[in-house]
Design a protein around this ligand. Structure first.
Ligand code: E4P
Length: 213
């Protein structure tokens, strides 16, 4: 399973990239707003840090197919690694169908059921992003959604890659891996939580003590 970092904070991206295990970056309008910088500024810096797929989302207010397509073409021009993130709506799917024929890579986001994932894939999406945490938030089973999408995509040899998104804790990463999800996009805080284990820290402390005896 590939690991993407889910943030628009370039310091976090730099730190995570230095681990050597990060294959890509996902952002969304909320993460860009949180960074306090413009979309263009942040994205142009991110592409210099990570040499892999970088998802940049169309503006939250861009809802019509024609407008999505226009904006997507501009985002794709920023860098060869750009992936245009498009919300899962009928207009979004129309746009993905057009863009995929032009060779523009897309990540269909805000996926909450198998049909949405299947339709996005049929439109030619490069990635689909089912939101595990947000689905859990409404008392649904976010991980089951990942298992179901993996099942259906496997049945039909669908090439669209599945990004486990809205990851909230380390167990979500483990479950994504067990489900056969292609990618987990992980917030910096969760990535750091997942690296650590109290027994590792205790073990190191004991080795330090013992080696000084
Ligand atoms: C990534 O593609 C999503 O935008 C992100 O994982 C959403 O996470 P959240 O539900 O924690 O905001």
């Amino acid at each position: 399973m590939k690991i993407f970092i889910d943030t628009a904070d370039v310091n976090e991206i730099r730190e995570a990239a230095s681990l050597g295990i990060i294959s890509g970056v996902t952002t969304n309008p909320s993460l860009i707003a949180k960074s306090g910088r413009s979309f263009d500024d942040v994205i142009k810096e991110i592409v210099t840090i990570v040499d892999g797929p970088i998802s940049g989302e169309v503006k939250a207010t861009t809802s019509k197919c024609d407008d999505i397509v226009k904006e997507a073409r501009e985002i794709a021009k920023i860098h060869k690694n750009m992936i245009v993130k498009i919300p899962m709506t009928a207009e979004g799917i129309k746009a993905v169908s057009i863009l995929s024929k032009e060779g523009i890579k897309t990540n269909v986001t805000l996926i909450f059921n198998v049909n949405q994932a299947l339709f996005a894939a049929k439109a030619g999406a490069t990635y689909v992003s089912p939101f595990v945490g947000r689905y859990d938030d409404v008392s649904e089973d976010g991980m089951q959604l990942i298992y179901d999408i993996v099942d259906v995509f496997t049945n039909y040899d669908i090439e669209t890659e599945i990004i486990g998104a809205s990851i909230r804790h380390p167990l979500h990463i483990v479950e994504c891996a067990k489900a056969g999800c292609d990618i987990a996009t992980i917030p910096y805080k969760v990535l750091m939580q997942a690296i650590k284990h109290p027994l590792t820290d205790q073990g190191i402390e004991k080795f330090i003590k013992d080696s000084s005896k």
